[in-house]
Design a protein around this ligand. Structure first.
Ligand code: FES
Ligand SMILES: [Fe+2]
Length: 340
């Protein structure tokens, strides 16, 4: 197994308008993304076969992509279908074939897979309740100057919330929380017990019935995190993040906040958007600082029991980087208490 075997988001469906080309980077590979004549997404290596200009700076016309330098035209298979300087002498040739990657469109996202012949056919992660009646989704996209591991770990790390997001998310109160952390089948599943209503500005709205709070966090290989809160009727919330590896210290994160707040669904949208961006901006700052220190001094971490989630996430990502299958790691389940 390798990272290239998985599907990575490269755009929202609505960002990829016909006649538009987008430049993206996934696992260090440059991609030019556009829609072919039939509307299906196309991903080509972002380099012209002629003299190496970037195709993503070109134009799309009738589902074909034209290089801006000397006008070579590529169809949806990456085949060169016109070379202006050859005029009438132009003949299509097998040699003139840009590298093309598999694409998919699902849940309002465009996905690309870099491996041509993966050992196993994975599917893009299915975004919970996306497009379902009674559910709203707010989507935000942010770039972090850090790697996927540290981003994913941050998104399901509770102890930082009181320090990085004071007030808005949690306040430091030294309350005891308990969690069960399980590693199984390439995933880390965390269930919290005695979750308190120390949930920041919106805790009164979110937990109006003072119901028992169900809180689960999850990581799915290689790059998905999901935070779920359920606080009684019409108060159900998922924050699902897809962390896309651009380079070793740049990660583009697509975050879906998908919620069911009953009659408040539509009204809540601007507030959900603003809060998500506010919290994510704070994480971008701290993860940028962490990324700089790791680049200089490496990752000699000192773990506490509360970091069990991180250790499990790292074991899964490390297995893939060694081309092993993390689903073969032994199942583990650990009960941990910590204070926040
Ligand atoms: S470099 Fe693309 S057409 Fe010449
Ligand atoms: Fe955070």
């Amino acid at each position: 197994m390798q990272f290239a075997d998985f599907w990575y988001t490269v755009a929202l469906s609505e960002q990829l308008q016909p006649n538009k080309v987008l430049a993206r980077t996934v696992l260090g590979e440059w991609l030019a993304i556009f829609r072919g004549e039939d509307g299906q997404p196309v991903a080509l290596r972002d380099r012209c076969l002629h003299r190496s200009s970037r195709l993503s700076t070109g134009k799309v016309c009738a589902g074909a992509l034209q290089c801006p330098y000397h006008g070579w035209v590529y169809d949806e298979n990456g085949k060169v279908i016109a070379v202006p300087s050859e005029g009438e002498d132009f003949k299509p040739s097998q040699q003139r074939q840009a590298k093309r990657y598999a694409t998919k469109e699902q849940d309002g996202y465009i996905y690309v897979r870099l491996a041509e012949t993966p050992r196993e056919e994975f599917q893009p992660f299915s975004m919970p309740h996306y497009g379902e009646a009674g559910w709203e989704t707010v989507r935000v996209i942010n770039r972090f100057a850090n790697n996927v591991t540290n981003c994913a770990e941050n998104f399901i790390d509770i102890p930082h919330t009181a320090f990085v997001h004071p007030g808005v998310f949690r306040t430091s109160r030294q309350q005891k929380l308990e969690m069960t952390v399980e590693r199984e089948n390439g995933a880390v599943l965390v269930e919290y017990r005695h979750e308190t209503s120390n949930l920041g500005w919106y805790s009164r709205f979110l937990n109006r019935e003072s119901a028992e709070i169900q809180h689960c966090d999850r990581f799915y290989m290689p790059n998905i995190t999901s935070v779920e809160y359920h606080m009684g009727r019409d108060r159900h919330l998922f924050i699902t993040s897809q962390s896309i590896p651009e380079t070793d210290n740049s990660t583009l994160v697509y975050t879906d906040v998908t919620y069911n707040y009953g009659i408040w669904n539509k009204l809540a949208r601007p507030l959900v958007w603003w809060t998500a961006q506010h919290i994510i901006r704070q994480d971008i700052e701290i993860l940028g600082i962490q990324g700089e220190a790791i680049a200089k001094y490496g990752t000699q971490f000192s773990n506490t029991p509360a970091d069990t989630i991180h250790v499990f996430v790292e074991s899964i990502i490390t297995a893939i980087s060694r081309r092993e299958d993390p689903r073969l790691l032994p199942n583990q389940s650990v009960k941990v208490r910590f204070w926040v």
